[in-house]
Design a protein around this ligand. Structure first.
Ligand code: NAG
Ligand code: NAG
Ligand code: NAG
Ligand code: NAG
Length: 664
């Protein structure tokens, strides 16, 4: 007897793969049938791939913003929506963490495990998705310095994103390594890559009427070609804003926008009447800033309306983002704005209100996308079933068990990282890390001196970006409350700011000014790419006297260092322990781990480490309240969570089974 249920299941599966008895081809089968003779071509009014008409239904996804265990799962969800392609950036700052040291997943760095771009592109192909590759080198994407490595800033006069030979020399070395990873994955060689982008929104770099450095764009084109890239090359910009100023003559221009698709496409058609239309970045949602609100970008209604308009132009589309993921560690970018507070730092969640949530869940925008693509797409291909959403668990609250004092933390910074400096200098200029300086985290500017009971500290110039004052290991700065705090001491907004140090003990004191790099700006003109962090504009003064001969101590909070810490002391509840302090808790899971969220609403400000992996920042001002912990970062067995708290430690960690990305 054959089970009726099995027959029913088989029947359903068969319906899904055939129409009128014919089995549907996969995207690859359809476009490579009879052999591969040509790649993607931009012909008047339409794209062709290997000689067949194609409309690109593509979605942005960043392999470096999700754990590799979930790459296939997220890609399948994208394909299940009817997408036939993905768009991928590559983060130079992670792939070349130190000058000449490259990491494509084989390194020994904090984020090495998320850097195997080659494997990611291979999985994309296995999941039946074509690839648009955007190597940058500038990738914007709310990413630290738009993906540029901070060690570039050690060249005092470097002009990034121009044909400055110092800059292009480094781009060239990086591209030689990066492109060697993927060159054989091009479509015409049997792989997934159908197009490669030249730079990124170059028209938005600098004033719109300024003549752009087209030699630089040509240099990038040449670096691609010399490295064997021969698929379609293109640029992207918002044509209604910057026209063709970011383009390279002869290469396909595409459009970026959220609202007004018709205005953008009409302008693009004026500039480029003989090419097919593509929205390279249709902004499906938006990102958030600390101190801001959770906006979500386009509403589902507007998203549907604009996507309908895009398809009415017979255009191809790439959703930016289709799945945003998380910005781990200190990798968030920031923006400069012409009004107060001048600088805004991006939160660690990159949910982006995209069709797939940060945890990979389906949203209303996913359903809309799937429905509208099904209406538009004339090429019927075999589409996988939607994988179910992953289960989420709110684990029981976890008592903090141990702590390390600020002094214990500083003592465990390796001696070779502590340097003597005559006066303040930016973190990138510190003579550490094999001549690469400090890239991320916090820098302690330390001076031993005899402070009076009341002393006035002045930081001449600006703070880049946020400062705490710690005297003899005791936090003197108050926990910031609301955006009004930005007017007070400790933030980038103030110049020559002063702080009253009260109650220093008699005798020799240790004065620490702890300055945090809150993320380098990832968008704007050349002036916005001056991105030094720490203190460097002027000296530190105490009661008007300049402090010289300081010690610089980097708090990079790297995973290996976090895992190496010893001397943990027993934590007692209700002690109101002030930071800066490290807190530790362990817990056992007897079952396979599930996705979860840490709810940090009871905490102040700092960083979260799960089994040594730096999940990102938290800050009670929001809007982001929870931090997504994907199951693959947890272990069946004993898990360790470490919190670096700047201000006031809570007694326990609370879990949630739903995200809280904003309370409005
Ligand atoms: C729309 O694009 C498709 C796919 O490229 C093509 O087959 C079709 O002819 C185009 N239609 C118009 C009206 O341009
Ligand atoms: C998406 O569509 C499915 C199937 O119709 C439905 O069950 C689900 O509730 C929808 N999801 C959202 C978030 O609207
Ligand atoms: C900041 O302090 C420096 C050094 O005392 C001084 O030269 C400069 O004029 C001050 N700037 C402002 C805006 O007060
Ligand atoms: C900690 O703070 C709470 C709330 O302000 C207070 O009730 C408690 O007494 C404090 N504990 C200590 C040890 O100071």
């Amino acid at each position: 007897m054959i089970d009726v249920k099995i027959l029913l299941v088989l029947g359903c599966l068969l319906c899904a793969v055939c129409i009128e008895g014919q089995v549907l081809p996969t995207v690859y089968e359809y476009y490579t049938e009879g052999g591969i003779n040509s790649g993607l071509e931009a012909l008047p009014g339409q794209f062709k791939l290997n000689g067949k008409d194609i409309t690109l239904y593509s979605g942005s996804i960043h392999y470096f913003r999700m754990v590799p265990e979930y790459w296939r799962d997220r890609l399948r969800r994208m394909r299940a929506a009817g997408l036939n392609a993905i768009d991928v950036y590559a983060p130079w700052n992670l792939h070349e963490p130190r000058k000449g040291v490259f990491d494509f997943g084989n390194g020994d760095e904090d984020f090495s495990k998320v850097l195997n771009i080659r494997q990611f592109l291979q999985i994309a192909q296995e999941e039946d998705l074509l690839v648009i590759l955007r190597p940058g080198p500038y990738i914007c994407s709310e990413w630290e310095f738009g993906g540029l490595p901070s060690w570039l800033l050690r060249y005092p006069d470097i002009k990034v994103r121009t044909s400055d030979p110092v800059f292009t020399g480094h781009v060239r070395q990086y591209f030689d390594q990066l492109l060697a990873q993927v060159v054989d994955l091009q479509f015409t060689r049997g792989g997934s890559i159908i197009a490669v982008q030249i730079e990124n929104e170059y028209g938005s770099f600098g004033p719109y009427d300024e003549i752009k450095d087209r030699d630089y764009l040509a240099f990038i084109r040449d670096a691609y070609v010399q490295n064997g890239i021969n698929e379609l090359l293109l640029t992207c910009d918002s044509p209604a804003l910057v026209g063709d100023t970011g383009s390279l003559p002869g290469y396909l221009m595409t459009a970026n926008f959220d609202n007004n698709p018709a205005t953008q496409f009409d302008r693009l058609l004026e500039l480029q009447p003989d090419k097919p239309l593509m929205a390279m970045e249709f902004w499906s949602g938006w990102f958030d800033y600390w101190f801001g609100v959770h906006t979500g970008g386009l509403s589902p209604e507007n998203f549907a309306e604009h996507l309908t308009t895009i398809f009415s132009y017979n255009a191809s589309v790439n959703f930016y983002m289709f799945h945003g993921g998380s910005t781990y560690g200190f990798m968030n970018g920031a923006n400069k704005i012409p009004v107060f507070p001048g600088y805004l730092s991006d939160v660690s969640s990159y949910d982006y209100s995209a069709p797939l949530s940060e945890a990979g869940d389906y949203t209303e925008k996913y359903n809309i996308t799937k429905d509208l693509i099904a209406l538009d797409n004339e090429v019927l291909t075999l589409t996988p079933a939607q994988p179910p959403n992953n289960p989420k668990t709110a684990y029981p609250a976890l008592q903090i068990q141990q702590f390390l004092t600020y002094d214990q933390i500083i003592q465990q910074i390796p001696l070779q990282l502590k340097t003597q400096i005559p006066t303040v200098i930016n973190m990138e200029a510190l003579e550490i890390n094999d001549g690469n300086g400090q890239s991320y985290g916090l820098t302690v500017y330390r001076k031993q001196l005899d402070l009076p009971t009341l002393a006035e500290l002045q930081i001449v110039g600006h703070i880049r970006d946020v400062a705490m004052v710690v005297v003899d290991g005791v936090q003197k700065t108050k926990k910031p409350q609301g955006s009004g705090a930005l007017l007070g001491f400790g933030f980038w907004t103030n110049r020559n700011s002063t702080f009253a140090i009260e109650g220093a003990a008699a005798g020799l004191n240790t004065l620490d000014v702890v300055v945090e790099n809150w993320g380098r700006v990832n968008f704007g003109g050349p002036a916005y790419f001056e991105q030094k962090k720490g203190l460097f504009e002027g000296p530190l003064l105490v009661d008007g006297v300049e402090l010289t001969d300081l010690e610089a101590i980097p708090l990079e909070l790297k995973s290996k260092w976090i895992k190496s810490l010893t001397g943990w002391q027993a934590f007692e509840v209700n002690q109101n322990m002030t930071g800066p302090v490290l807190l530790r808790a362990t817990f056992d899971l007897s079952e396979p781990p599930q996705d979860t969220f840490l709810d940090m609403s009871a905490w102040g400000r700092g960083s979260i480490f799960v089994n040594g992996f730096h999940m990102g920042r938290f800050f009670h001002v929001g809007p982001q309240i929870t931090t997504y912990i994907p199951a693959p970062l947890l272990l069946q067995g004993t898990n360790e969570i470490i919190i670096f708290e700047h201000y006031l430690a809570a007694d326990e960690l609370t879990f949630s089974d739903v995200p809280i990305l904003g309370r409005n």
